[in-house]
Design a protein. Structure first.
Length: 186
């Protein structure tokens, strides 16, 4: 059985190191794990309960929910913007939080990773993403973490898929996510 992991990248920047880290996850995924990067977060409108009515959900939000429904697990890639997670990632979490008690996250494992310029690799943002995902119904894998500091310098000339630490840690992290997806929700 293949475990399908949906990757949501919180940076929209063309040269995003978090996007590159997600690409590394696709490339380095262990056997039995398939990572798909969701394309289109920039197109998802801000969550508004008035628009979240059957038959009138915006198309981009519907596409996000459909991809989430097909996933066995999620891997969120969060840079740190002003000490917290970016709005585009928080918005995806908000869309997945509904319908209340039955959103795409419910009963599925979610891990949060990322890279940032600072010396701690964006841990505040990643902690905030874990908190929001948990409130949205996800089974947050609190101990499955990867925070990569110094992204601007570290990945200036090296893609994360070619970084020794990433090559070592990312497949192991994905195996943990896959293991969690194979277990019944608590």
């Amino acid at each position: 059985m293949t475990v399908r992991v949906l990757a949501l990248v919180g940076s929209l920047r063309a040269g995003s190191h978090n996007r590159q880290l997600a690409e590394a996850a696709v490339k380095l995924a262990p056997e039995g794990v398939e990572v798909e990067i969701f394309e289109g977060l920039a197109d998802v409108p801000f969550y508004n309960e008035d628009n979240d009515v059957e038959g009138s959900v915006p198309a981009a939000a519907g596409k996000l929910r459909e991809a989430g429904a097909q996933a066995d697990a999620f891997l969120l890639f969060s840079p740190e913007y002003n000490g917290t997670l970016p709005a585009v990632l928080k918005n995806a979490i908000d869309w997945y939080s509904r319908p209340y008690g039955a959103g795409a996250f419910v009963g599925k494992p979610v891990a949060v990773v990322g890279t940032a310029y600072g010396q701690y690799g964006g841990v505040w943002a990643q902690d905030a993403a874990r908190k929001a995902a948990g409130i949205a119904g996800a089974t947050v894998l609190e101990e499955v973490k990867l925070s990569v500091p110094g992204s601007v310098v570290r990945f200036a000339e090296t893609h994360p898929a070619n970084d020794e630490e990433i090559i070592e840690k990312l497949p192991a992290l994905l195996a943990q996510v896959a293991d969690a997806a194979g277990q019944p929700a608590a």
